[in-house]
Unconditional design. Structure first.
Length: 280
């Protein structure tokens, strides 16, 4: 049995909040920079070049990549042989978010009630998804999510008879409907199966997968590759101003489901697909 004090968790989360908002992960930055050379449209290349310059400025000046520093989303894998000492784990994560967004001068974008709309002024509470896993470590993934792209995300409760073609149509419909509003180039996370909420969670988690790393399931890998090609043929392009690079990746996760359903979720993220991982 290993003991981890929540003071360590608070400081780790605080640091992750700041780092995730100031610098893209290595795979995402590489994908954006590669897109700037691969885009066919002159205007598209110009936009992508400006996005690369934005990354450089953010790194040099230590300021956020995007003004929307997102709602803090966490995936936390807790080893079953870990003893957490101190405060409640959820409270500790929220305290880390509170300190990170305040001391990092990150925009506070969370309201206390969805209809009353009073800002909490510290970007809490976070959205936290827990999983109990073997071992004596705690793995924390943070994925701050801006809402320009979040608002363009969709859940489709398909009939089983709609099958693979129905899934493909759902993905393309979500991206087409999003158009320029999701700030392309995009990363498209897809969840297929489970229940209404499970497919949405899988789609969200799919956004944290490394760009270019495909599913181990052959038909899913083929689907990812085909959807990326079809999305990039839509002509939406960087900034929605036309071009051949509308998406940088399509990541698909699947799960068993009920005989009567075929849930599909499409969680769209802009090129500022922020995520970082830390293991305690």
């Amino acid at each position: 049995m290993r003991t981890i004090n929540t003071d360590e968790i608070i400081q780790t989360v605080k640091k992750m909040c700041i780092e995730a908002n100031l610098k893209l992960s290595e795979d995402m930055e590489k994908a954006v920079r590669n897109a700037a050379t691969e885009e066919d449209s002159v205007l598209g290349r110009q936009i992508l070049t400006q996005l690369c310059e934005n990354l450089d400025i953010a790194a040099k000046e230590q300021i956020p990549i995007c003004q929307d520093t997102g709602m803090a989303v966490f995936f936390v894998n807790v080893g079953q042989d870990v003893h957490i000492e101190g405060m409640n784990l959820t409270d500790a994560i929220n305290e880390g978010v509170r300190q990170g967004y305040t001391e990092g001068y990150l925009r506070k974008s969370v309201v206390r009630d969805p209809l009353i709309r009073e800002n909490t002024k510290d970007n809490t509470p976070a959205i936290i998804h827990y999983d109990i896993v073997p071992g004596e470590n705690i793995e924390i993934t943070i994925a701050p999510k801006g809402f320009g792209s979040e608002n363009m995300s969709r859940v489709f409760m398909l009939k089983p008879a709609e099958g693979l073609e129905g899934v493909k149509n759902a993905i393309l419909t979500a991206v087409k409907d999003a158009g320029p509003n999701a700030c392309p180039p995009l990363v498209v996370g897809v969840g297929i199966g489970g229940t209404f909420e499970k497919c949405a969670l899988m789609a969200k988690k799919a956004l944290t997968r490394e760009v270019g790393k495909h599913s181990d399931i052959p038909y899913v890998r083929k689907l990812e590759e085909e959807m990326l090609e079809k999305i990039n043929c839509l002509g939406i392009g960087p900034g929605g101003l036309g071009g051949t690079v509308t998406a940088l990746a399509v990541n698909v996760n699947t799960y068993p489901t009920h005989i009567a359903g075929l849930p599909v979720a499409v969680n769209i993220c802009c090129h500022v697909n922020r995520h970082t991982v830390c293991v305690l």
